[in-house]
Design a protein around this ligand. Structure first.
Ligand SMILES: [Zn+2]
Length: 171
């Protein structure tokens, strides 16, 4: 059978069936996941759950969708509901346009101890630790924090004492 005829038959077979919508939902969700910096084929349950909850928040769906539902849509096992498709399109549109704060921000490498997700917008300035022997540059938890850790306050005081001791010895 010529290729063209096979294709026509397949199209006729699918016409009016949910299969076509189903494939579109999987494609749209797959593209959204990629736009959010993940690989749909290997995305973790936690990341997929986070996306499911974000989509649910947009759709005002309570209880929210779960990662399994998204996984099934991705794998063409379940058809995406109209509500989910709508949320995917809306989140996709938001992600495509860069917010002004992100456009003004600068991409730098940080060493995070707190919960800082990749690509997070850090609003605070970093500062050098007030302990001159430390040299760590940190983003403070509190505006008045001058030492990166409590031990630096301690060692800085010891530093002063050592300095005095040294002067005493030199005299
Ligand atoms: Zn320090």
């Amino acid at each position: 059978m010529p290729y063209n005829e096979v294709r026509t038959m397949l199209e006729k077979q699918k016409q009016g069936q949910a299969v076509l919508i189903d494939l579109d939902g999987a494609k749209a969700l797959s593209e959204l996941i990629q736009a959010m910096g993940h690989d749909p084929a290997v995305i973790s349950v936690a990341d997929l759950q986070r996306i499911a909850e974000r989509l649910a928040a947009i759709a005002r769906k309570d209880p929210p969708w779960g990662w399994r539902y998204l996984r099934n849509v991705l794998n063409w096992k379940i058809e995406a509901s109209r509500k989910l498709m709508d949320a995917i399109m809306r989140l996709g549109a938001v992600i495509d346009e860069t917010p002004v704060e992100l456009a003004q921000s600068e991409r730098v490498t940080v060493q995070a101890l707190g919960q800082v997700r990749p690509g997070a917008l850090v609003l605070a300035d970093s500062r050098p630790c007030a302990n001159p022997l430390c040299g760590i540059e940190f983003v403070p938890r509190h505006p008045r924090q001058v030492y990166h850790a409590a031990r630096c306050r301690g060692s800085n005081h010891r530093g002063h004492k050592d300095h005095r001791d040294l002067r005493g010895v030199m005299r």
